[in-house]
Design a protein around this ligand. Structure first.
Ligand code: A2P
Length: 318
């Protein structure tokens, strides 16, 4: 029996859309197409209906194959039952490259439309760089006004139902809101108990921008079960007292903040575990303990492990 996943409502500027709060993240290194495809099929089988991909992840094709197979085998009746997000990679962050980029993503996914298309980073990368780490000399400021106009065109043409951004700071969002005809529906950023994004969340709430949390488990920073650090001990103590796992406590905390979230797991047990967070809650005391956890500093996600001068360079842009 597929799990019942709560939905939040997002707006695309002219109409509202339901978004299942939990989605499956598909960023992983290395990307093995068969593994990704089979994890997506497992996920659909147990009730996931929201999938997060990006050109740069290399997961659009296996996700598309899984969707086609899920329809063919009757796991779902039609593509409309799913919410699919993809992202404009920084090498395509020029106005003339946005339409070809969304068309490439749609082709990779074997779809006619996306539910949500995000500007992946407020950065432009020149040339052929499509992999991390990004060479410093290839990073340029993005002409977000020109790029956003074509993002709006993507929505107006029906290539995507909604548009948004990812990794945008309040400063970048303010700039975007000053000229956007269609405001961003979503800002997807890293968010977890160790990076709670309090200021950004407050800003987005005031502006009607929904937040989706990526790396809600702290991604590569996560060392569930074997960490000596205080942060993880707090989560593990709460988990033990509730008969849950630290990962579930982390996801439940993210959920209680009113955001949606896209944990990556390609393991069937953990896929199920991550869905099993909707019929219990954290107490006031537990929420307080989590809100006092020491916070990461900076803007870059824990998944990007570049040398520190490059980190400063990227942070200056975003
Ligand atoms: P796996 O795919 O083997 O389950 P994030 O979504 O924050 O980026 O974290 C992803 C990482 O967390 C992956 O390494 C994933 O590994 C692992 N993970 C996902 N769900 C759980 C869970 N419930 N318990 C422990 N680790 C998890």
């Amino acid at each position: 029996m597929a799990a019942n996943v709560p939905k939040v409502t997002i707006s695309n500027g002219s109409q509202t859309m339901p978004l299942p709060v939990i989605g499956l993240g598909t960023a992983t290194q290395p990307q093995v197409a068969e593994t990704t495809k089979s994890a997506v099929l497992d996920a659909i089988g147990i009730g996931y209906r929201h999938f997060d991909t990006a050109f740069i992840y290399g997961s659009e094709q296996p996700l598309g194959e899984a969707i086609a197979e899920a329809i063919k085998t009757g796991l779902i009746k039609s593509r409309d039952e799913l919410f699919i997000t993809s992202k404009l990679w920084c090498t395509f962050a020029s106005p003339e490259l946005v339409l070809p980029a969304i068309k490439t993503s749609l082709k990779n996914l074997q779809l006619d439309y996306l539910d949500l298309f995000l500007v992946h980073w407020p950065l432009k990368i020149s040339g052929e760089v499509k992999r991390l780490p990004i060479p410093k000399e290839t990073i340029f400021p993005i002409d977000i006004k020109a790029v956003w106009e074509v993002m709006e065109e993507c929505q107006n043409l029906g290539l995507t139902k909604a548009i948004g951004v990812s990794n945008f700071s309040t400063r970048r969002l303010d700039e975007l809101l000053s000229f956007a005809k269609i405001p961003p529906s979503v800002n997807q950023v890293e968010m977890n108990p160790l990076w709670q994004q309090k200021d950004l969340r407050e800003f987005c709430k005031a502006k009607g921008i929904h937040i989706t949390a990526y790396s809600p488990l702290g991604s590569k920073g996560a060392k569930w079960g074997d960490s000596e650090s205080l942060e993880y001990k707090v989560l593990e103590e709460i988990a033990k007292a509730k008969g849950k796992t630290a990962a579930q406590v982390s996801l439940r905390w993210v959920y209680e903040q009113g955001v949606s979230f896209v944990p990556k797991s390609f393991n069937k047990d953990r896929l199920k575990q991550n869905l099993d967070i909707f019929d219990w809650s954290l107490t006031e005391e537990e929420l307080n303990k989590i809100s006092k956890l020491p916070q990461r500093r900076g803007i870059l996600p824990s998944t990007m492990m570049e040398p520190s001068d490059l980190v400063r360079e990227i942070e200056a842009e975003i």
